[in-house]
Design a protein around this ligand. Structure first.
Ligand code: PMV
Length: 288
């Protein structure tokens, strides 16, 4: 096998609606955002050398899973916040899989990269739906069904201005998914309601005035599932009091980020300013 320098990229994501329910076969809608993880792999004799500004044991574990523990220097650069419900582990898994395929002249087709990235995501999260990996790889808004067979339908770009508000608390996806699983079947009506809401959102995607309140309703259903926190609820309230059409936690919950759907870019900047003045880390964000 001829080895060479290989590069890969995986995007962060936000789930517009449907997290947790998607694990049990309901649809979800998610889109990639303008934040990503980049990996550059160089063949190099000796033990695996992982170079990254972040000191996180998960990075090395995931890199070794794809590259093995010998023969590579792997540089990782990311601006996807870790453990914030923005798909950092999937972005890493996809970037590593793509870099490895390029470096080893392997198969870089989407199905092959999905197959290579999913075991890494499973190692992080136990029972992932595959939604995060699909979005990190395809970099498009999509309606996703876990299956089997796994299926995603590309959607039109979501051009709305968004604000991401960070609770600065790390969420633990595996624990949150287990928490929901442990409450089944009692919470199944909530999961069903989330699934129905996703279909309503899908048929109103052109109209943010309709999508916004549905997004907020999704947050209330996630509260009922027990995956929100007082900090996340506070960020949702703050957003709704300052011009958001809708707001919800994104990803597994227990911490992580909230996103707010805004009418205009000026509204988005104004919410960011209010949040920053209140000491909240917040930034405007673009869906791809
Ligand atoms: O918190 P994140 O970014 O890992 O997103 C998790 C989304 C869940 O629906 C809760 C789990 C999954 O695998 O889809």
């Amino acid at each position: 096998m001829t080895l060479k320098t290989g590069r890969g990229r995986g995007h962060g994501k936000l789930i517009l609606c449907g997290e947790h329910a998607v694990v049990y076969g309901h649809p979800a809608i998610a889109f990639a955002v303008d934040r990503c993880t980049r990996v550059t792999a160089h063949p190099q004799p000796g033990p695996l050398d992982v170079v990254c500004e972040l000191d996180n044991p998960g990075l090395r574990m995931a890199t070794a899973q794809i590259f093995g523990d010998q023969g590579w220097r792997v540089e990782i650069d990311t601006d996807v916040p870790l453990g914030r419900g923005m798909g950092s582990s999937a972005a890493l898994a996809v970037a590593l899989a793509e870099a490895h395929a390029h470096a080893t002249s392997g198969d870089t087709s989407h199905p092959a990269l999905m197959d290579a990235a999913m075991p890494v995501e499973r190692h992080f999260h136990g029972n992932p739906s595959g939604l995060d990996v699909a979005v990190a790889l395809h970099r498009k808004p999509m309606r996703f069904l876990r299956g089997p067979p796994m299926a995603w339908t590309p959607l039109r770009p979501c051009p709305w201005p968004l604000v991401v508000l960070d609770s600065q608390i790390q969420g633990h996806t595996r624990e949150l998914v287990d928490h929901v699983q442990a409450q089944r079947p009692i919470v199944d009506p909530i999961l069903n309601a989330i699934g129905e809401l996703v279909d309503k959102v899908a048929s109103a995607l052109d109209n943010p005035e309709i999508v916004g309140p549905l997004v907020s309703e999704n947050h209330r259903l996630l509260q009922a599932l027990g995956v929100s926190t007082p900090e996340l609820d506070h960020l949702v309230d703050l957003s709704l009091r300052h011009g958001a059409l809708g707001a919800k936690l994104a990803g597994a919950g227990g911490g992580g980020v909230v996103f707010a759907l805004m009418r205009t870019h000026a509204d988005a900047r104004a919410l960011c300013d209010v949040a920053n003045e209140a000491g909240v880390v917040a930034w405007t964000c673009q869906a791809l």
